[in-house]
Design a binder for this molecule. Structure first.
Ligand SMILES: Cc1cc2nc3c(=O)[nH]c(=O)nc-3n(C[C@H](O)[C@H](O)[C@H](O)COP(=O)(O)OP(=O)(O)OC[C@H]3O[C@@H](n4cnc5c(N)ncnc54)[C@H](O)[C@@H]3O)c2cc1C
Length: 571
């Protein structure tokens, strides 16, 4: 059932078995998984169904280096459904190597391996609506060539792994009907959690104080709490609870707020393939179950170990868009409207403007208007008129020339951190200070991964990758952190000296406090986080159900109704 928190009496206390703080991918997945059980659940949604400025303002904070990290209130949504209202939907599982303790990656190693998550990935695929959880082209795209590049038989770089794309699913919309019908679930819209009050000398959470813009205050008291407020806000809530003057929480780890990571991402270098352009499979393809997929070039686990590299992958990207010599009217049109595009997607289009560039782009558009018109009609159709959205523009290059985009792991570094500042929001919560840092080893690893790719392509006679060696460091750092990937500040580990939550997501030192968020990811992988966040959330829900079952209640697992698997997506 859905309730407007403004209708709750000022000063009231609501009671339940499980209190979930946050209504994004993680929080709503847990609430839905528990919906069929005997556990009563309250979800504190931190906003309503629409984005509103006053809610979003609660996400404000200070960023130490705004040239490297986006503003604190951007790339996350304070509302029911959370950031899945605007996410891109790219789903990739973590690789087995991401879970290993690697000698060349300080603070790496999970308390469990990829095999532990495997069954949860299968269930996460249903929530993310990505069809069968197959991430290898041979099985996912059986009637198509196996590799991005024909003839690439390298042991160091493979072109056979794929990304699968969600619709992209808005978790709020996906689960609303089911949660509304669940008698034991209450979703409190427009309720903001403003702390976690400790009990038993801070070794347990007593209640979650909440505020509304009515204005009013009330509390939620539960047996168990799950903080699922997103990668930044989860850390903020926990840090505020630990330093509260009254009833502080005794979170027993020096890592809280530390080890904050994103991904390194950007476009560096250009490649001219030596194979016929039409044999290169770098664009979007549709799987037999109707899901957009895309291949990439991945540095294999063996090569990562051999060369001491962080997990890295490459995608084919348009020729440099800002340079009109590509003569593509579509790319020129994209360049001309780039200021209208969300920063996350426009940042690779940025470049110094000159009148000459501008005239070149206008000429490209004016000389081939039919190409542009045909593209426009097709793009509008695939992007906005179909149940599944074409994820992005991926132009085929008739010359076989592409830029190379990288998406790379950032290593955990305690110096990269989130802190609480002196400023407070309108409910009195201390604002966040984001001090995101990139270690030199991370930049060096990307540069060496590019050099490896260059060698492998040359050795196989497949193409020439042009790199400006002197400008590599600056080019790798140019775009800064990927907006929306907020990882690691509440890291998962086997002991409080190494992390903040245990293998199930329970806060070390707190008997009844759990975390479900990208904040628990102790390493960042090359993979986007949400698929793994959802898998971990399902795993946590199972754990909570089993605990409840062991103690007093019967708790059945639920099944998510899936929509028809085959959908009309144009090939
Ligand atoms: C532009 C963009 C594109 C992206 N594309 C991808 C992609 O392609 N693939 C991918 O894997 N990831 C992508 N992401 C990241 C993805 O959106 C997040 O990983 C995902 O939404 C995280 O889920 P979450 O539930 O942890 O947090 P969120 O979805 O952010 O949800 C947090 C919830 O907590 C609530 N909340 C916060 N504070 C409080 C409080 N104090 N009290 C009560 N409630 C609170 C919020 O209102 C919200 O409901 C993208 C992000 C952006 C911005």
């Amino acid at each position: 059932m859905f309730l407007d928190a403004c209708d709750i009496d000022d000063g009231a206390t609501l009671e339940c078995d499980v209190c979930v703080i946050g209504a994004g991918a993680a929080g709503l997945t847990i609430a839905h998984e528990l919906a069929g059980s005997a556990l009563s659940v309250i979800v504190i949604s931190g906003g309503g169904r629409r984005r509103r400025g006053r809610d979003q303002a609660l996400y404000r904070g200070t960023v130490r280096d705004p040239s490297q990290h986006s503003w604190a209130d951007r790339f996350r949504e304070r509302r029911y459904g959370g950031t899945t209202a605007i996410w891109g939907g790219r789903c990739v599982p973590y690789d087995a190597i991401d879970f290993e303790a690697r000698p060349y990656v300080p603070h790496s190693g999970w308390p469990f391996g990829r095999d532990t998550l495997e069954p949860y990935y299968a269930r996460a695929a249903v929530y993310c609506e990505i069809g069968a959880p197959l991430f290898d082209a041979a099985t996912a795209l059986p009637d198509r060539p196996a590799s991005l590049l024909p003839g690439l038989a390298s042991e160091a770089v493979t072109g056979t792994t794929i990304e699968r794309f969600s619709r992209p699913t808005d978790f709020g919309r996906l689960l609303e009907r089911r949660l509304a019908a669940a008698p034991a679930v209450r979703v409190l819209l427009d309720a903001h959690c403003i702390g976690l009050a400790g009990a038993a000398n801070g070794a347990a959470i007593d209640h979650a104080p909440c505020a509304t813009f009515r204005p009013s205050r009330f509390s939620v008291r539960a047996r168990t709490y799950v903080v699922a407020a997103g990668g930044l806000e989860t850390a903020r809530l926990l840090m505020a609870a630990r330093q509260a003057s009254a009833q502080p929480l005794a979170i027993a780890s020096p890592w809280l707020g530390r080890g904050y990571m994103g991904h390194l991402n950007g476009t560096v270098g250009a490649i001219r393939f030596a194979v016929p352009p039409e044999r290169i499979n770098g664009g979007y393809e549709v799987s037999p179950d109707g899901v957009y997929c895309r291949r990439r070039l991945w540095v294999t686990a063996a090569a990562q170990r051999q060369h001491g590299l962080l997990n890295t992958m490459f995608r084919l990207h348009h020729p440099p868009i800002a340079d009109p010599t590509h003569r593509d009217p579509v790319l020129s049109a994209m360049y001309l409207v780039k200021d209208l595009v969300l920063y996350e997607y426009s940042r690779k289009l940025r470049a110094a403007r000159s009148l000459g560039h501008l005239l070149g782009h206008l000429r490209n558009v004016a000389t081939r208007p039919l190409v542009l018109a045909r593209f426009g009609i097709d793009f509008v159709d695939r992007r906005w008129l179909r149940p599944r959205r074409l994820p992005s523009v991926a132009r085929f290059s008739p010359t076989g020339r592409y830029s190379i985009e990288f998406h790379a792991e950032q290593s955990p570094d305690p110096a990269s951190r989130l802190e609480l500042g002196d400023a407070v929001d309108c409910f009195g919560m201390p604002e966040l200070v984001i001090d995101w840092r990139v270690h030199a080893r991370d930049v060096d690893s990307v540069a060496r991964a590019y050099a490896l790719l260059q060698r492998e392509l040359a050795a196989a006679g497949l193409g020439v990758l042009e790199l400006d060696r002197d400008g590599m460091d600056a080019a790798i750092r140019a775009d800064g952190a990927v907006g929306g990937h907020h990882l690691g500040a509440v890291r998962l580990a086997d002991a409080p000296e190494r992390g903040v939550v245990d293998r199930h997501g329970r806060l070390f030192g707190i008997a009844n406090g759990y975390v479900a968020s990208a904040a628990v990811l102790p390493t960042s992988s090359q993979a986007n986080p949400t698929f793994t966040v959802v898998a971990l959330a399902i795993r946590l829900a199972d754990h909570l159900r089993q605990r409840a079952h062991a103690t007093r209640l019967s708790a059945r697992p639920v099944r998510l109704e899936t929509r028809p698997r085959r959908e009309p997506v144009p090939a």
